[in-house]
Ligand binder design. Structure first.
Ligand SMILES: NC(=O)C1=CN([C@@H]2O[C@H](COP(=O)(O)OP(=O)(O)OC[C@H]3O[C@@H](n4cnc5c(N)ncnc54)[C@H](O)[C@@H]3O)[C@@H](O)[C@H]2O)C=CC1
Ligand SMILES: O=P(O)(O)OC[C@H]1O[C@](O)(CO)[C@@H](O)[C@@H]1O
Length: 393
């Protein structure tokens, strides 16, 4: 019997990465999204093409065997699909998890007793994204008397997902261009007893923490460092920014700092981490991806938050007693990513910096405790950025 996956978020990662893997593993994919345009196209077209771009050239894959539901208008249909799904995935952005949780919760709650638990895997760039989603699903969206037995109806696995899917050509329709490299690692421990879902290409592990931290604090720290320094120096694409010796050096230095943490905390061989860093810099420099600094820098408030790619590693390094000058430079550059067209968080960032003292803004944006050794250096950065970006009268 065909297996069914319900996937929330038919965007770049959803159509380009998750659906490709699920299709290849024999799943029928039911997309749920709120964008009329994407859903209409998915409903009208029986296939689309994913083009993988690698050093060896391009490879094309045809994706079929999907359906699509507009979750804005047809919530009940999505709930019904979730209730019989073998797998529920999402790639909507970490801030959207709370909005899709009620629908997933209702679907899980409707699940027939004879069915094995559905597997829920959030594919977002965030530590513990599936836990966050599970938290919203459980409380308040599962009836109190059904919470204890939730694991009989659903199992929740955290994941680390790595693949660059840049902004797409607006005339490309459903087709997606992505890099050929991929890494999708999922915690297999929640699936004990029933077995994890079979998804070709996924690496199942007993301890996800080293994978997600290594990924977020290398790929995403490096990428975002290039984006923010590149943006402040007037570059349009990441490849252009990394071609600039100044930006390139900032990225190398920031990744040397995070490598210290990864090696020390997760006991990873320093040479292995060095090779990983080199590979990442090569990947993000790929000019064929035409990835923009604005896409990679998007959502600066999320990226400057407590557990994320800058404050996360910098705070831990400072706790170990290390200095983090390059990460602080990257943090300063991120604070200057203000009022960028199409990016709501960059507007909110500017407003917070305007309406709050440096101390209050540091606390609100980074979530750092005032007693933390990183708080003061970040506050000084915020003070400086506030002065530099103060509107002249
Ligand atoms: N693009 C990339 O290279 C990578 C992205 N990621 C992560 O994947 C996630 C998605 O990123 P992208 O695909 O690039 O973003 P995207 O913006 O292309 O796709 C997000 C999709 O979610 C949909 N969405 C928003 N609210 C929704 C709701 N309430 N219900 C259903 N769908 C909703 C949007 O309409 C959009 O189609 C993010 O967490 C990102 O950090 C992870 C690795 C790589
Ligand atoms: O929304 P975010 O966190 O910027 O997600 C996209 C990021 O993930 C990556 O694909 C890395 O896997 C980078 O392209 C990009 O920096």
């Amino acid at each position: 019997m065909t297996k069914k996956a319900v996937h929330f978020g038919a965007g770049n990662i959803g159509r380009g990465f998750v659906a490709e893997f699920l299709h290849d593993s024999g799943y029928e994919v039911v997309f749920a999204d709120i964008l009329d345009n994407i859903i209409d196209q998915l409903q009208k077209s029986p296939s689309y093409t994913v083009t993988e771009i690698g050093a060896e050239g391009e490879k094309k894959f045809t994706i079929t065997n999907y359906r699509a539901i507009n979750s804005k208008y047809h919530e009940a249909d999505v709930i019904k699909e979730v209730s019989t799904a073998d797998l529920v995935t999402c790639a909507v952005g970490p801030n959207i998890l709370k909005f899709i949780a009620p629908v997933i919760a209702k679907g899980i709650n409707l699940r027939s007793e004879g069915l094995p638990p559905t597997a829920v895997i959030a594919c977002e760039n965030a530590i513990g994204a599936t836990d966050v989603l599970a938290g919203f699903i459980k409380d308040p969206h599962t009836p109190a008397d059904r919470r204890e037995s939730l694991h009989e109806r659903a199992r929740f696995g955290n994941s680390a997902i790595d693949r660059i899917v840049p902004g797409q050509d607006p005339n490309a329709g459903l087709d997606v261009k992505i890099e050929s490299f991929y890494e999708w690692v999922v915690d297999k421990t929640p699936f004990h007893g029933h077995g994890h879902p079979e998804i070709k290409g996924v690496k199942w592990v007993d301890d996800l923490q080293p994978y997600i931290e290594r990924k977020l604090f290398t790929v995403n720290t490096g990428h975002a460092t290039a984006a923010y320094h590149g943006y402040n120096r007037g570059f349009k694409t990441i490849a252009e920014a990394l071609n600039d010796p100044g930006v390139n050096k900032e990225v190398q230095k920031a990744l040397e700092e995070t490598a210290t943490l990864i090696v020390k905390k997760h006991k990873i061989d320093p040479n292995e981490q060095k090779a990983y860093v080199e590979k990442i810099i090569k990947r993000i420099s790929n000019p064929h991806l035409e990835d923009t600094v604005v896409r990679v820098g998007r959502a600066p408030l999320r990226k400057l938050s407590r557990k994320e790619r800058f404050i996360g590693p910098a705070s831990q390094l400072v706790e170990y007693g290390y200095a983090v000058p390059a990460l602080l430079d990257a943090i300063a550059a991120a604070f200057k990513f203000q009022n960028v067209e199409g990016d709501e968080e960059s507007v909110e960032l500017a407003e917070i910096l305007k309406s709050h003292s440096a101390e209050a803004a540091t606390e609100k944006i980074t979530g750092l405790e005032k007693s933390h050794a990183l708080f003061e250096p970040v506050k000084l950065i915020v003070e400086k950025v506030k002065k530099e970006t103060k509107p002249s009268i």
